[in-house]
Design a protein around this ligand. Structure first.
Ligand code: ATP
Length: 948
């Protein structure tokens, strides 16, 4: 049957029905609940597909699986009242159809529309579309998940976020965990110096995307939890409230597209998702594509390949193709040429789209320091508490760095804001003007370094979450990121779990060990799933995945489902899916599982195998006991911990880095004590042999040795070595602060006098320190005995400095190769490269010159006393032909003769960008010098300095 005809026939009825339908629902409520509750799922599904209720409504009615049929029906009736007369009317029309079908079966799609009012008035339908999309994109925030999917007040909990804009880019290779790179863009240099990258705010992005011009493909990249979806939501809401906007937006998620396994045309795809637009969809697609904005959120989750080379060209929106082919044709501009397309993705997946297909790359950089502060002000209960949280966070560099990510700010707030006593006293101290507490762990670089290591954190108050029944008064504030996550988990379990609403804060905390003990099996299974997902780089889980780990949705929701594991509300008709509320929470739970298993002597990897592949339980137990006896508990634990690190080393991308940091943190007895009750006591006691009565055992020696050995390991990549430093921080290595102070001293003194060459140092620790201190624009390490090996350790941070002063170090050609990697990094910001007397020779210069041919940031190259000779001068001449960025080259004392000078002069005929070429103390003849001076006269913009 022709759908549009049947709609037309129903027009009169539906107009007549306006008003009374809502009343009828109220009057018949009891009867409707009685008679139709068993059909609630079918009714809800049909209403959703008809566009009468939104995803949020559906989720509300489902009630996270906790509500029974009758309650769901009541909830649906409430929702319909809220949605208005048209929705109530559609509901009444659907009632007879469900009684004709057995409960739970689905009706053909068009039945849902049967009898609905015709809306062939373009403007009216577009208005309705705006309303529906606006509601679907309400700004929900983790903070108010608990209270149902309520909305953030605009300008309320929502905090301005910083983005950047780039035209033309190269996809960087991923060597580090994404959280490690967060914050680099906020470095001082990045703010002003980026040539291709420009900071911008949401408003600018919004205006550009909603402008009437077709903008082509825009890619919005950002790490997990940085706020990409929030930007999309805000954008759609801006559009929905702008009555004058000429754009038509279609917003889909790749998660939704994953569910389309059969070929489908673009038209069909959109008409399924936007059934209310069906009467005018063909018209929209046939009119000016520049007026259409298609948003596709979450490219990183897309399961189908995007084959840009082999996908058949298709320009017909009515032609069925695989969903991957539809996306490729949209991106390539074959389908709807001139359309604006916004794709969002985590950074590791932006390479799925060739950069030449992308018009603009936007990156969500996250919160600047000021924005972080605003976030805490908005999410804490009082300005004093917000100030105390901010003061605490800003005195812990690793925490501060992660707080560029909004989702992490939420985790910190959840972990800290319930800590009434610690924050209360701290806040009181703040207002009383007491001196600031010394930073914990790694000190901020701006602080004056002192000779004495920072004293252990003072305890102006007790962190309530660190305080447990048996240990009240023993612990202080969370000292590491792992401790923050422990507090977070405890806060969720103790304060937010279902049925734990009553009682005072203290009594609930006293009860925490019991709650944690009881939750252990659940956390273990959830952690096992998280760990398996992490190994497979999988962040979305199906109900089947939950089943494999014996996880029961209902049980989870009672404990903490909504705040730890979120149910996706993609579609009613398909399988449910789940994801951890932030990837770092998945990583933490994976580590928790790993440590729980390792401490109990079990192999954490064996817990991942399907039951069928496991040996019978009795045999497994006997085997485990024998291994324990043979190896001893201690060696067994060491073996498991080593295995975790080996897994991480095998992955160049560093996606297990954070997991390793959490494993290191959780091996610290003090940290585990926050979760007292969760870890079985016996093995702990035996393992760590607590010496002093009631005193906490220190960080296990084997862990510190293991991490130190990673720093010494020559074969390990520099990124993993820096991560070993993060692990040492989490492991609360007692010597780390002191060593950091040593580095700080060196960096500060370099600005004044050049100190003597020092004994062997661990350069990875310096890289770690530099990564955590974004306020340093230049790196000065002159005459520090820095060789190529040491420089390689600094590679993760080298590209981030605008000035690198590396003179008088034995870098040699190998060091030049390291520098060349830094110069070719897509993030390179080096403008001044000073490598005076570093033993480059002509070989080193060749490597450097090759890199500088590709580089467009370096303007000033000082390379006196490097013995490059005429061969080196020839490489330099080659470079000058290709490079148009260098302005200043200093070549004093490099054994260049007249022959080299000739080559340079020839190259400088083409190169008009170079302004200074100083070549004192080379091996020029009088004739050669004369020629150079003559040449200089012909180039007024170039200052050539020579002497015989
Ligand atoms: N500007 C903001 N102000 C306040 N909270 C924010 C802001 N941006 C994001 N958040 C919060 O941070 C959390 C994560 O945001 P969002 O889901 O948008 O991140 P994402 O980049 O899409 O993450 P993923 O890659 O995991 O999908 C959400 O709870 C959101 O409410």
């Amino acid at each position: 049957m022709d759908w549009s005809v049947s709609v037309t026939c129903q027009n009169k009825d539906s107009v007549m029905a306006v008003g009374p339908c809502g009343r009828e629902l109220q009057e018949q409520r009891v009867k409707l609940v009685e008679d139709y509750s068993r059909h609630v799922t079918s009714l809800l599904e049909m209403l959703y597909r008809a566009g009468e209720v939104t995803e949020e409504d559906v989720s509300l009615v489902r009630g996270g699986g906790r509500l029974g049929e009758r309650d769901r029906m009541r909830m649906l009736l409430d929702v319909l009242q809220g949605r208005g007369e048209e929705a109530c009317h559609a509901f009444l029309l659907l009632l007879p159809t469900v009684t004709a079908t057995p409960a739970g079966t689905h009706l053909p799609e068009d039945a849902a529309h049967h009898g609905r009012r015709p809306q062939n008035d373009m403007q009216e339908l577009l208005k309705k579309h705006k309303g529906i999309l606006g509601r679907q994109h309400s700004l929900t925030d983790y903070l108010n998940i608990r209270g149902g999917a309520s909305e953030c007040r605009e300008g309320g909990v929502f905090t301005e976020i910083t983005l950047s804009q780039r035209v033309g880019y190269t996809v960087p290779l991923q060597y580090q965990h994404e959280t490690t790179e967060v914050g680099d863009a906020f470095r001082m240099v990045g703010l002003e110096g980026g040539r291709h990258e420009r900071m911008c705010e949401f408003r600018e992005v919004c205006q550009s995307l909603l402008s009437a011009r077709g903008e082509g493909v825009m890619l919005l990249s950002g790490v997990a939890g940085s706020g990409k979806t929030t930007v999309v939501r805000r954008l759609v809401r801006e559009w929905a409230t702008d009555a004058d906007s000429q754009k038509v937006i279609f917003s889909l998620t790749f998660r939704e597209l994953n569910l389309i396994s059969k070929p489908q045309s673009l038209h069909e795809l959109l008409s399924v998702h936007y059934s209310h637009l069906r009467p005018i969809l063909s018209h929209i697609l046939a009119s000016d594509p520049a007026k259409i904005l298609i948003i596709l959120d979450g490219l990183d989750e897309f399961c189908f390949p995007l084959d840009f080379a082999r996908t058949p060209k298709c320009s017909d929106p009515e032609l069925a193709q695989s969903v991957g082919e539809v996306v490729v044709n949209l991106i390539k501009g074959n389908l709807l040429p001139g359309v604006s397309l916004l794709l969002t993705s985590r950074p590791h997946a932006i390479s799925k789209v060739p950069p030449q297909q992308v018009t603009v790359l936007y990156s969500v950089l996250g919160f600047s320091s000021a924005q972080q502060q605003q976030y805490f002000e908005r999410s804490c209960r009082s300005p004093e508490v917000a100030a105390a949280v901010w003061r605490y966070v800003s005195s812990h560099q690793p925490l501060l760095r992660m707080c560029h990510i909004p989702a992490f700010c939420w985790i910190v707030t959840t972990a800290l804001r319930d800590c009434a006593s610690f924050l209360g006293e701290d806040a009181a101290a703040l207002s009383a003007g007491s001196p600031p507490e010394e930073p914990v762990g790694v000190t901020a670089l701006k602080d004056t370094p002192s000779r004495t290591p920072p004293r252990p954190p003072a305890t102006p108050g007790m962190n309530a979450l660190l305080m447990t029944a048996g240990t009240a008064g023993k612990l202080d504030k969370p000292a590491t990121v792992t401790e923050i996550y422990c507090c977070f988990l405890k806060a969720v379990l103790v304060f937010h779990g279902k049925g734990r609403e009553g009682g005072s804060q203290v009594s609930r905390l006293q009860d925490a060990p019991r709650v944690l003990r009881e939750t252990r099996p659940l956390l273990r299974d959830l952690g096992a799933m998280a760990f398996k997902g992490l190994l497979e780089r999988r962040f979305v889980f199906s109900s089947d995945d939950l089943g494999v780990f014996s996880l029961d949705c209902r049980e989870l929701s009672q404990a903490f489902l909504v705040e730890i594991l979120q149910e996706d509300r993609v579609s009613l008709t398909y399988e449910k899916s789940f994801h951890f509320i932030h990837t770092s929470v998945q990583e933490f739970l994976a580590a928790l599982y790993y440590v729980l298993e390792a401490l109990s002597g079990s192999d954490p990897f064996s817990g991942l195998k399907p039951a069928a592949m496991l040996l019978p339980p009795a045999l497994r137990k006997a085997l485990a006991a024998t291994t324990r006896r043979l190896l001893g508990q201690r060696r067994l634990l060491l073996r498991h911990v080593k295995k975790a690190f080996h897994w991480s080393e095998r992955h160049q991308s560093g996606h297990l880095d954070l997991f390793c940091r959490f494993v290191s943190g959780l091996l610290v007895p003090r940290t585990r004590l926050i979760l007292e009750g969760l870890f079985p006591k016996e093995p702990q006691k035996r393992l760590f042999r607590s010496h002093a009565h009631r005193a906490l055992p220190p960080t296990p020696h084997f862990l510190l040795c293991l991490l130190q050995s990673q720093l010494q390991c020559k074969g390990l990549s520099p990124e993993r070595q820096v991560n070993a430093c993060y692990c040492l921080y989490e492991a609360q290595d007692p010597g780390l602060s002191q060593r950091m102070q040593g580095w700080l001293q060196l960096l500060v003194q370099q600005a004044q006098v050049v100190p003597q060459v020092q004994a062997e140092r661990d350069w990875s620790e310096l890289a770690f320190l530099l990564q955590l201190n974004p306020g340093l624009p230049e790196l000065s390490l002159e005459a520090q005995g820095l060789d190529a090996q040491g420089l390689r350790r600094l590679l993760p941070v080298l590209p981030l400095f605008s000035t690198l002063r590396l003179g008088q170090n034995p870098l040699g050609p190998e060091g030049a190769a390291v520098l060349s990697s830094a110069l070719q990094s897509p993030d390179c910001r080096i403008e001044r490269l000073w490598v005076v007397a570093t033993g480059l020779g002509c070989e080193g210069l060749k490597v450097l010159a090759e890199a500088l041919k590709q580089n467009s940031t370096v303007v000033d190259l000082r390379m006196a006393i490097n013995g490059i000779g005429d061969v080196g001068a020839a490489h330099l001449a080659d470079l000058l032909r290709a490079n148009r960025t260098l302005k200043d080259i200093r070549l004093r004392d490099n054994q260049v003769t007249d022959k080299g000078a000739e080559l340079l002069m020839a190259a400088l005929i083409d190169n008009t960008t170079l302004e200074y070429l100083w070549m004192y103390d080379n091996k020029f003849s009088k004739e050669g010098v004369k020629k150079l001076k003559e040449f200089a006269k012909s180039r007024p913009g170039l200052d050539i300095k020579v002497c015989v």
